[in-house]
Design a protein around this ligand. Structure first.
Ligand SMILES: [Zn+2]
Ligand SMILES: [Zn+2]
Length: 396
């Protein structure tokens, strides 16, 4: 099982809580959960979203604003509508041991100290902005005092070359943001470092706390549209997290579009790992289907209206490819739990839906269209969809 805290699952244009997921890595040598670490997939948000989680037990907690609801918002009713019945999800503060009079700031900083590896899918702002703006906290006295017993205080940004280079060269360049990667501490290390990952190579997530290396990670490139200035492919990536003790794997996708090359390689890879069970696929579906769109795989302008993203029609086409590959390897029945992220707060949903309050909401419209497309292809017994909600912890 994987524990995933959805700090942010928005694809914008509203700037709050854009994509960022925390996955807990259990410390296998010790039952003390206070020693658990977390890895971050993307960094579209960070400290503010964590602080919000520590208000869950207080009366001050405010759920995500339902921009599309014209009557009183009811978050738990919304959760029931957008979460598959089989999924275990709760709203809670992160498990950390704190002294009784800790305030939200110190709890937030203590928890942030447990997140040291950031796996970024691509360098678009909605996937990195929180991480960047949070970086000065690493030089803060309270942050350092609270985390002085942590063995690894360095934050590392990981990604393919197409992700890491734009961040190190175009953001940490003292023009957009101070070059904190160049500042060395007394021990000679920087507080932030970056590491370029090789596509398809498996990296062990080692830890001083986990002597048996239970977790490893692999990244593969994805196609995310073409540059409007150069016509070149804009690359994104997917991460595959393996738990070797439970033989389970989790897929976390960056933004992507349907394409016959890169996604096909991901599906090939997924089906080659026959000894691992796919526990969840976190993947984008940014926009609802546009009824006026072409939706013809043979048309060269197919999907052009999505600007490198997915809509339900295309996502189901891609998931069908994965299902056929799995089925070609054996007849065992299986279920795929699909977690939808990056839904945009656009107005297309309003333009194409009827007048029912809930169908204005792109999350609900996308879910309906996903189920409808899955039914048409007789995949509704296999594909189980949940649309991610910010602040919730998913047990996958
Ligand atoms: Zn994005
Ligand atoms: Zn993007």
């Amino acid at each position: 099982m994987f524990e995933v805290i959805v700090l942010g699952s928005s694809g914008g244009p509203f700037e709050t809580q854009t994509q960022c997921f925390l996955v807990r890595l259990n410390n296998c040598n010790n039952n003390d959960s206070n020693n658990d670490e977390y890895i971050s997939f993307d960094g579209g948000c960070g400290l503010n979203a964590i602080a919000k989680l520590f208000t869950v037990e207080n009366k001050t907690y405010t759920p995500e604003i339902d921009l599309y609801c014209t009557t009183t918002t009811n978050t738990s009713k919304m959760m029931d509508l957008i979460t598959d019945k089989s999924v275990n999800v709760i709203l809670k503060s992160p498990d950390i041991k704190t002294s009784q009079n800790s305030n939200i700031l110190s709890k937030t900083l203590q928890f942030y100290g447990k997140i040291n590896k950031f796996f970024i899918t691509h360098a678009h702002l909605d996937h990195i902005s929180g991480f960047i703006i949070n970086t000065p906290i690493l030089y803060d006295q309270l942050y350092n005092d609270l985390n002085q017993h942590t063995t690894n205080m360095q934050k590392t940004l990981y990604g393919l070359e197409t992700t890491v280079r734009p961040i190190t060269e175009n953001i940490f360049n003292c023009k957009i943001w101070p070059n904190l990667l160049a500042i060395k501490t007394n021990s000679g290390d920087a507080k932030i470092s970056s590491e370029i990952l090789i596509p398809g190579k498996e990296y062990v997530l080692s830890s001083s706390l986990r002597k048996n290396d239970a977790y490893s990670i692999v990244t593969l490139p994805l196609r995310h549209g073409t540059s409007i200035t150069t016509g070149e492919i804009v690359f994104s990536s997917v991460y595959i997290l393996f738990n070797h003790l439970s033989s389970e794997m989790l897929f976390v996708f960056g933004d992507c579009e349907s394409d016959p090359t890169y996604l096909n390689q991901v599906w090939e890879y997924a089906t080659s790992k026959t000894s691992f069970k796919i526990k969840g696929i976190f993947i984008e579906c940014s926009m609802p289907d546009d009824p006026s769109a072409i939706n013809d795989p043979n048309d060269p302008n197919n999907g052009a209206e999505l600007y490198g993203h997915m809509s339900p029609y295309y996502l189901i086409c891609e998931l069908e490819k994965l299902i056929r590959k799995i089925q070609s390897k054996g007849n065992t029945p299986f279920i795929l739990n699909i977690f939808i992220t990056h839904v945009k707060q656009n107005t297309l949903a309003m333009a194409t839906s009827n007048t029912d309050n809930y169908s204005y909401n792109p999350k609900l419209l996308i879910l309906e269209q996903l189920k409808c497309n899955a039914r048409k292809r007789k995949l509704d017994k296999i594909l189980k969809f949940s649309i991610l909600m910010n602040d919730y912890t998913y047990y996958v």
